[in-house]
Design a protein around this ligand. Structure first.
Ligand code: APR
Length: 228
């Protein structure tokens, strides 16, 4: 029986693929105040700006590749029963070959109906933009399939259940600033080892965390040696 390895990833996981993090200096939120581009209110008052913010990131993602950290996590599926719970909206874990990925904050390569949030659509990489006037088959305006600030995180229930069953819990590339995602650490059983891969210190409420103070690519290689 393979051990259950549960991995929570954030923007730092994709940093070595060239995607800006949110809160590192020069991060995404420095350029675009979150209130202007990542809230339902912003979409109501200035939909073109919000749609363009995600169109730019979607086009960027089409020229972005997984890094060695993504590939190493995918390879670990040979030795562990792995669930990846990511805050990232890119699809680099999937591109690298990970098969069980939960996107807590949505997915850049998907759109959804403003009429029914359950009507979700794959975005064709040949037509990556969403514009005002792009409608679903029921005639509702399409929006990015992203969880904006102030919106519910529908996958949290499933994520909590998975974290509770973990034999090993790993945090990679997240400042643990945003809830409820950061709260998943509370669902890890006290006897379960927790590893953190991040070049910086990250404040959490657990004091028994094994901190691998490296970037994702090097850090996952080191993690592999520690857990296999
Ligand atoms: N490898 C690993 N970690 C890295 C690397 C790297 N190469 N470079 C930076 N980091 C770390 C930073 O030290 C930081 O702790 O990645 C973390 C990035 O933190 P944030 O920029 O806050 O990103 P994240 O935690 O994913 O943000 C969570 O906030 O804005 C919302 O919805 C957005 O999903 C996002 C959420």
């Amino acid at each position: 029986m393979k051990k259950r390895l549960v991995i929570l990833t954030g923007a730092g996981m994709s940093a070595e693929s060239g995607i800006a993090t949110f809160r590192d200096s020069g991060g995404l939120w420095d350029k675009y105040p979150v209130e202007q581009v990542a809230t339902p209110e912003a979409f109501r008052t200035n939909p073109e700006l919000v749609l363009e913010f995600y169109n730019v990131r979607r086009r960027e993602l089409l020229n972005t590749k997984p890094n060695a950290g993504h590939y190493c996590l995918a390879e670990l599926e040979k030795d562990f029963d792995i669930d990846i719970i990511t805050q990232n909206i890119d699809n680099l874990h999937e591109q690298a070959g990970s098969t069980r990925v939960i996107h807590l904050h949505g997915e850049l390569m998907k759109s959804r109906s403003t009429g029914n949030e359950l009507d979700v659509y794959e975005i064709d990489s040949k037509k990556p933009d969403i514009h005002i006037g792009d409608k679903c088959e029921k005639g509702f305006q399409l929006r990015p399939h992203i969880v904006w600030f102030g919106e519910m995180v529908p996958m949290m229930v499933e994520a909590e259940a998975i974290v509770r069953k973990a034999d090993i819990f790993v945090i990679i590339g997240t400042s643990m600033n945003v809830y409820p995602a950061a709260g998943l650490l509370h669902d890890v059983k006290t006897n379960v080892p927790v590893y953190l891969i991040d070049p910086k210190d990250v404040s959490t409420n657990r004091y028994d965390i094994h901190h691998i103070k490296k970037g994702a690519s090097e850090g996952v290689e080191e993690l592999k040696k520690l857990i296999k």
